[in-house]
Design a protein around this ligand. Structure first.
Ligand code: KPL
Length: 317
């Protein structure tokens, strides 16, 4: 039995904790910076709704990583801007044999992941699973999708085996997962979808599918994705298929979803704009390019977030 710690009880964190807890093969913990919520999660467990059926899975939650001690596998499921603080608070979990897999939107946290003190093995996860948090410890599993894990730089055989084991553990818990050698291509492929959808749904205050119908929105989406794809190509990233077609397809397949950025704006929470469109602008600069469309989107979302307290709060799940 291994110790597995999920950091962050958001939608993905609760889904992973619920599924790994239900599999019953490992000692599963949730690490939450909020001690009161951690106590609530330990009392009530994780409530996972799938295909209309809700099950409760008991997991142990704590705000004190010292209570858990060194873990074999740590899954970091916090927002990109919380990565540094979360890693600092999680140090007691890390030893030379600990594998950390970090799941965030965007790319701004990737350098931090390698630079900050932490575990011996550090990988990145990209998931296509759909999960929505409906309350503390409550999550609805909206759709199965492949999860990919990989190292940012080529790894040795032992590191490769550890990643394959982690993928097997998640797959055995019913979450189809693969270890891949080209994770950065997948990180960028997902980034481009978020580039095309998140900021624009926040600015137009619409569900993902709305971008296909609102006059002008589709053109803005195409311009933002094309511009970011040029940055990706200049960086040597290989994109699977046409990123514009893929983003439009995600608008269709998630037509009624409220994007995470629009949810953040409506809930008056910090957005991930700096990790998504803002990060592409930075990356473009590093490469001697410019990204005016994404720069403009990032500026407008930051402005919207500043004005958000005065806006009426719309309906959202
Ligand atoms: O990942 C998403 C997000 O909202 O952050 C998309 C794919 C846009 C789905 O809503």
């Amino acid at each position: 039995m291994h110790t597995i710690v999920i950091i962050g009880p958001g939608a993905l964190g609760c889904l992973l904790a619920g599924r790994l807890g239900a599999a019953g093969r490992d000692d599963v913990w949730l690490l939450d910076h909020d001690a009161e919520r951690a106590a609530l999660l330990t009392r009530q467990g994780v409530r996972l709704t799938e295909a209309g059926q809700t099950s409760t899975i008991l997991v142990r939650a704590t705000s004190d990583a010292g209570q858990i001690g060194p873990a074999e596998l740590v899954l970091l499921c916090v927002k990109s801007y919380d990565v540094a603080t979360s890693l600092a608070g999680a140090q007691p979990l890390f030893g030379p044999g600990t594998l950390l897999v970090s799941f965030q939107n965007g790319i701004s946290h990737l350098d931090l992941l390698t630079a900050l003190p932490g575990p011996g093995l550090r990988a990145v996860g990209v998931t296509a699973m759909g999960a929505t948090r409906t309350g503390p410890g409550e999550v609805t599993f909206g759709g199965a999708g492949l999860t990919r894990l990989g190292y940012q730089a080529p790894a040795d055989q032992r590191a490769g085996q550890r990643l394959a084991q982690a993928a097997a553990t998640l797959t055995a818990a019913g979450l189809q997962t693969e270890a891949v050698p080209d994770i950065m291509n997948h990180v960028w492929a997902k980034l481009l979808v978020n580039i095309g959808i998140n900021a624009l749904t926040a600015l137009h205050d619409c569900a993902n599918g709305g971008l296909l119908d609102i006059p002008g929105a589709r053109g803005q989406l195409v311009a933002a994705v094309r511009e970011a794809a040029a940055v990706a190509l200049a960086k040597g990233i290989t994109l699977p298929g046409d990123p514009v077609a893929r983003t439009l397809e995600v608008c269709r397949s998630t037509a009624t979803n409220i994007s995470s950025m629009l949810q953040d704006i409506r809930r008056r929470r910090r957005t991930e704009i700096d990790a998504i469109n803002g990060a592409v602008v930075q990356e473009a600069r590093r490469l001697g390019l410019s990204a005016p469309v994404n720069e403009d989107l990032a500026r407008r979302v930051r402005e919207l977030a500043r004005r958000a307290p005065d806006r009426p709060v719309g309906n959202f799940p």
